[in-house]
Design a protein around this ligand. Structure first.
Ligand SMILES: C[S@@+](CC[C@H](N)C(=O)[O-])C[C@H]1O[C@@H](n2cnc3c(N)ncnc32)[C@H](O)[C@@H]1O
Length: 281
């Protein structure tokens, strides 16, 4: 079935709205795993005191919160997300932290900002979920000041990300995926060789570098792997919600077996690889 761009966007808003509960609940765990990527993005985008920074698809607040710590009182960070629930979670977080960050519901493909409004733009694990990533890249280009830096992270190929791809394979045994649509939003959409560079080029960027960042995801136990990964991966959460109780239990048992086979020194350890891109307008 063909889904229109507007339909894809609606799906994404709903999927991430539902997953926002788990993202909020597991925010600290997520930052233990992905905090290094936030630091890398802020370094790569050369975020410094007094800058005006835009974070796209901020989810529950990263790397916007990390950027806010860097720009200081004379700078300003604006965090945006398509999902009102994610936006609300980020608003609560920045309030709790006493940070003065603007948090807005906004589609990364239709930014409501003037041209050249920002010194730096970041996006951690969001670009591949945009219905039209080229549109989002073009918007990043438009709102950056000439000479301003962007830094984005997406997932590399499934084989390099067993923490997620193996779970998806197990889920697909119970919930056969619908006929995949070419270029539909998804975790691995920008992972094929050259695809991230193609999208950035098409968005207007000529000066940028794409790199791999490999790291290990840690879970305290197989149960924690199931609990966290089945609830934060929005498409996995949606697929599981279609299963009856006995099937969910069978899937859970298969996932626990998989996770148990990857215990090292008492923790479940699974590989992850991000593709990062950074450059200048
Ligand atoms: C995997 S989460 C990443 C959240 C956060 N940046 C992080 O790394 O913790 C992906 C986010 O992309 C958002 N998203 C999806 N499509 C979007 C769009 N077109 N514009 C803005 N945000 C979008 C979702 O709502 C979700 O919060």
């Amino acid at each position: 079935m063909h889904v229109t761009t507007a339909g894809q966007k609606k799906q994404q808003r709903e999927l991430w709205g539902k997953a926002s509960v788990a993202w909020d609940l597991h925010h600290d765990w997520l930052e233990t795993q992905f905090g290094g990527i936030s630091q890398w993005l802020c370094d790569a985008a050369a975020i410094a005191p007094a800058m005006r920074v835009l974070d796209l698809a901020c989810g529950t607040g990263e790397p916007a919160v990390t950027a806010a710590g860097r720009v200081g009182p004379n700078g300003r960070v604006t965090a945006t997300d398509l999902s009102p629930e994610m936006k609300a979670a980020t608003s609560r977080r920045v309030k709790r932290l006493g940070l003065d960050v603007d948090v807005l519901v906004m589609d990364a493909e239709r930014l409501e900002f003037a041209d050249a409004a920002f010194d730096a733009v970041t996006c951690r694990f969001g670009l591949m979920f945009c219905a039209n990533p080229v549109g989002a890249a073009a918007e990043i280009y438009r709102v950056l000041k000439p000479g301003g830096h962007f830094a984005v992270a997406v997932w590399d190929e499934p084989a390099l990300n067993p923490f997620l791809s193996s779970l998806m394979e197990l889920v697909n045994r119970f919930v056969p995926p619908q006929a995949p649509e070419a270029n539909a939003p998804g975790a691995f959409r920008l992972s094929p060789p050259g695809e991230l560079a193609r999208v950035l080029n098409a968005g207007g960027f000529n000066e940028f570098k794409v790199e791999q960042q490999a790291f290990t995801m840690h879970y305290a136990s197989p149960d924690e792997y199931w609990e966290i990964q089945s609830s934060i991966a929005a498409p996995v959460l949606a697929a599981i919600s279609t299963l009856a109780e006995p099937e969910t239990e069978q899937l859970r048992a298969a996932v626990l077996d998989f996770a148990a086979a990857h215990v090292v020194d008492g923790q479940v350890c699974l590989g992850a690889t991000a593709l990062t891109a950074t450059g200048m307008r």
